[in-house]
Design a protein around this ligand. Structure first.
Ligand code: FES
Length: 170
């Protein structure tokens, strides 16, 4: 298989909205993934580059509120949609979200490679289902592979956030 040089019509410019901030992407090739553009063009290093096949969840981001693997989304197709990476989950850049803090408090991080994707997935889950069952938690993060921590502490962190959000809302 040979790699063809993209024609001028395949190159382009578009604007991405990431964590509430607009970014112009210029001279891009139409085949660039959202993961590539986020990391290599825009400097958002939270989404991790691992399998590039949508299998490991390390590059999870929210796209108009839907959890997606950024490696499987064409960046140009995300123009006009709201992209949220792990860097944009807290109220400000100086703070951690409650899920991020719970991962720290419960030791749910070892090498940390899977952590940004897992945290985005947990935000998505608890945003949709504030009081998930254990099975729903397991299903929700089944697409996020952790190679070294094991899932026990991750489940503890999710449970802590579930409980504290429910207490805060009652
Ligand atoms: Fe290392 Fe999950 S903490 S892969």
């Amino acid at each position: 298989m040979s790699l063809a040089t993209p024609s001028p019509s395949e190159q382009g410019a578009y604007r991405l909205e990431v964590n509430g901030r607009g970014h112009d992407v210029v001279d891009s090739w139409a085949g660039e993934s959202l993961l590539y553009v986020l990391r290599n063009r825009l400097g958002y290093l939270g989404p991790k580059n691992a399998c590039e096949q949508g299998e490991c969840g390390s590059c999870s981001v929210l796209l108009d509120g839907r959890l997606v693997c950024a490696c499987l989304v064409l960046a140009a197709s995300a123009a006009g949609q709201e992209i949220v990476t792990v860097e944009g989950l807290a109220d400000s850049e100086e703070e951690l979200s409650d899920v991020q803090q719970a991962f720290i408090d419960h030791g749910a991080v070892q090498c940390g490679f899977c952590t940004p994707g897992l945290i985005v997935a947990v935000h998505d889950l608890l945003g949709r289902l504030p009081d998930p069952t254990e099975l729903e938690v397991r299903e929700a993060i089944s697409g996020n592979l952790c190679r070294c921590t094991g899932y026990g502490r991750i489940f503890e962190a999710v449970e802590a956030v579930r409980r504290s959000r429910l207490e805060a809302s009652s």
